[in-house]
Design a binder for this molecule. Structure first.
Ligand code: HEC
Length: 168
């Protein structure tokens, strides 16, 4: 008479343990710990310029904007924020970060770069290169055109070099 009661309690006891372990496992999802958030040890990320929303940054423009002086001016601001660390203040490839890269940033005033069409420069900014990062998720399509036209506005100036970071 006593045995079955005891068995029932023992069953409930073990079932309880298994159930609590199950709850513990459900409650301890690592989603929060493994989220793609910014970690303290990470290098600073490029801050998003005004108006850059990821959705818009991945969009392609149907028509290519024409290089008005105002558009080129906006390109100068985009360049200063996003390109000067590597390509330097005036695009000679002598930015402070550039010195630490395996391939030095190119001198954007060189004949090599200036022979490129704005479309080609836009594409390089969009896709990135071997060392140069892609700006597709950082700059909107408009901003990429603005900066491409700004780079074109340098012209092949007197500071022309081989196009290898002004160093080779
Ligand atoms: C992290 C450093 C870095 C940043 C930031 C960067 N670049 Fe570059 N860029 C490079 C390097 C390095 C190269 C040489 C190609 C490579 O990556 O292998 C290059 C190449 C280029 C080229 C190709 C030149 C040629 O003649 O082939 C263009 C154009 C260019 N960058 C434009 C830009 C513009 C515009 C920006 C800002 C929106 C920018 N880059 C930001 C590092 C950078």
């Amino acid at each position: 008479m006593i045995r079955p009661v005891c068995f029932r309690y023992r069953f409930a006891f073990y079932a309880g343990i298994v159930f609590s372990l199950y709850l513990l496992q459900v409650g301890c999802s690592r989603d929060m710990a493994e989220q793609p958030s910014f970690q303290p040890q990470e290098a600073p990320r490029l801050h998003s310029p005004v108006g850059s929303v990821p959705r818009e940054s991945r969009e392609d423009l149907i028509s290519i904007p024409s290089p008005t002086p105002a558009l080129v001016d906006r390109g100068a601001a985009v360049f200063e924020t996003n390109c000067t660390p590597c390509h330097g203040k005036v695009g000679l490839g002598d930015g402070p970060v550039g010195a630490h890269l395996v391939i030095p940033p190119f001198n954007l005033r060189s004949k090599q770069t200036q022979q490129k069409s704005p479309q080609e420069i836009y594409q390089i900014v969009t896709d990135g290169r071997i060392v140069m990062p892609s700006f597709k998720g950082v700059l909107s399509a408009e901003q990429r055109w603005e900066v491409a036209y700004f780079v074109k506005s340098f012209g092949a100036g007197p500071a022309e070099t081989s196009g290898m970071g002004g160093k080779r």
